[in-house]
Ligand binder design. Structure first.
Ligand SMILES: [Zn+2]
Length: 282
């Protein structure tokens, strides 16, 4: 039972990650590596930098898990309870069910939280959408850790909560660095930060050979770089809207915030005239 169950567990996680990979390739992105670790899996995917591609890549994983839940549920109905296989299928069904529930919660950085983030982008823009998603993610992280320890005495899930909290914190710090702490301030700073940090990381990995940690960081950095033009798309769209307003109704029709925004955006475009340099690939 244990070996069969562990195999189905491993297969379920692998198929979930393959879901992300196929989703990513379907929208024209690259997916080269799947990492399996004690808390689950990590598909190192780099989807194209648009919202649709990000949503499809993210949603493809939970979609596979929902299908697996249905398949294992079907197996428990098909195999009589007198058979050992019935209980192995039942355990796999329960595992996938919980996996699906966790990944459909709007709990960043789990899949549901990333879907939540990208659904908010058209309304709030990338920066505010990510900030809100990570704040909600932190609440879920604390809840998951508390319920795990106090109710289930399960330290694996407590660790998952801790990991989620740290990921949210890291993403919030990255946001603050990208924008110089302000909503649209810190013109162009994020491009220079990327240029400063990457050569150091590459030389370190060149000396020791790329460890898993280095590859994950490089992938994460590529992912962040890939997401940046989306920020600029939002920014440009909003600027275009404001310029339309000026040309139809005159400069006086802008509110003080809109004027300030337009001024900051024009400074940002001037400073960030260098295109982002995505050399983090390894
Ligand atoms: Zn996933």
């Amino acid at each position: 039972m244990t070996v069969g169950y562990l195999f189905l567990l491993w297969l379920s996680i692998l198929l979930h990650e393959f879901g992300h990979c196929f989703g990513c390739r379907h929208v024209g992105g690259t997916a080269d590596e799947v990492l399996l670790w004690p808390l689950g899996g990590l598909a190192m995917v780099s989807p194209p930098n648009n919202r649709r591609a990000q949503l499809i890549t993210t949603a493809a994983g939970p979609a596979v898990t929902v299908m697996l839940t249905a398949v294992f549920y079907g197996a428990t109905q098909w195999i009589p309870p007198t058979e050992k296989a019935h209980w192995v299928a039942y355990a796999a069904f329960v595992f996938n069910k919980w996996c699906a529930v966790l990944n459909l919660l709007p709990a960043y950085p789990l899949d549901g939280g990333r879907i939540f983030q990208w659904l908010l982008v058209p309304r709030l823009g990338f920066h505010r959408a990510t900030l809100l998603a990570t704040r909600v993610g932190k609440v879920f992280a604390v809840l998951i850790a508390l319920v795990a320890v106090l109710h289930y005495h399960d330290y694996m899930f407590a660790f998952l909560g801790l990991w989620m909290y740290m990921q949210c914190e890291q993403q919030q710090r990255a946001l603050a660095a990208d924008f110089g702490g302000g909503e649209w301030g810190g013109a162009g700073r994020h491009y220079m930060d990327a240029d400063r940090e990457e050569p150091r990381r590459r030389s370190r990995s060149a000396r020791r050979g790329p460890s898993i940690g280095t590859r994950v960081r490089a992938w994460w950095s590529r992912r962040r770089t890939a997401q940046r033009p989306v920020v600029d798309e939002d920014l440009r769209r909003h600027v275009d809207e404001l310029l339309d307003k000026v040309s139809t109704s005159g400069l006086a029709s802008l509110s003080p915030e809109e004027r300030k925004f337009l001024q900051e955006a024009s400074e940002r475009f001037r400073d960030a005239s260098e295109p982002p340099d995505d050399r983090a690939g390894s």
